[in-house]
Design a protein around this ligand. Structure first.
Ligand code: TMP
Length: 253
């Protein structure tokens, strides 16, 4: 039997060749890693939830005119995406101090920031994805000034959209990471949101209780990561409950 070609395998996802040129199939694994894969685990069902959640966020962004790589979900663990040239930067937007910013600058976790702060990290596992400045980005040719301006604009639009969507279900968007890719429309380059948007790449705190509903649950051993992600999916109305639990066939009228 013909086997489809694996294009890339990362820590939480696999990319396969897509059905037509310029497309890929993105497969969500159950694997969780933290601290540059020093800590690893398998969380039953995480891939299914992240596939749904990333679909939910990316299709919402597409609808409001923020371009993303998402085309459509194919099945429980896979989605069809546009192939992009990934810019080798992790773009982090922070609304509230937490994680590495709190550690680096000695700001207590939970301190609201005066405005959203955008940071760039160079995607290089061997170096531990170091924080870099716009000067580094341009000097080393990872992106041009125009790309940086476009990335900042995209990141802020994603922040506003995600903050609003999460606020509506009682969750505070503390920070998140996106990756951005280039696509070519004839001779013109456009930047679009790529990779995934899920609780693996965001910090999400319940507004009432402060309960963490993101990968920090795994990083910091705070409980069951699957439960936390299922809670986010449930509140957003995207819990694939009719798919994960074998249901009897029933008539749809
Ligand atoms: P940080 O506080 O550890 O720098 O993380 C900032 C945000 O970026 C947080 O929402 C988690 C996300 N993130 C990733 O998605 N991947 C990573 O490799 C890291 C370090 C952070």
């Amino acid at each position: 039997m013909a086997r489809r070609k694996k294009v890339y395998e990362g820590k939480a996802k696999i990319l396969y060749e897509g059905p037509e040129p310029g497309t890929l199939v993105q497969y969500f694994k159950d694997d969780a890693t933290a601290f540059n894969a020093e800590k690893t685990g398998v969380i039953d069902g995480k891939g299914v939830l992240n596939n749904r959640l990333s679909e939910f966020f990316m299709s919402g962004l597409n609808h409001i005119g923020v371009p993303t790589h998402f085309i459509r979900r194919l099945n429980m663990r896979e989605q069809l995406i546009r192939q992009v040239e990934i810019i080798p930067l992790e773009v982090v937007v922070r609304n509230i101090a937490a994680g590495s910013m709190s550690e680096r600058l000695g700001i207590e976790e939970g301190t609201p920031l005066p405005r959203p702060i955008i940071e760039f990290y160079f995607k290089d596992d061997a170096l531990g994805d170091p924080l870099v400045t716009e000067e580094h980005v341009i000097a080393f040719g990872w992106a041009q000034q125009q790309d940086l301006d476009d990335m900042v604009a995209l990141a802020l639009r994603v922040n506003d959209f995600m903050s609003g969507v999460m606020l509506a279900v009682g969750i505070r968007l503390v920070d998140f990471k996106i990756e951005i890719g280039r696509i070519w429309d004839n001779d013109f380059q456009r930047l679009i949101v790529a990779d995934e948007i899920s609780p693996d790449s965001c910090r999400l705190w319940d507004i009432e209780s402060g309960r963490k509903l993101d990968k920090d649950v795994f990083r910091r051993d705070l409980g069951d990561l699957g439960d936390a992600y299922a809670e986010v999916a449930r509140r957003l109305g995207v819990l694939p409950s009719n798919v994960t639990h074998a249901a009897k066939p029933h008539l749809i009228n």
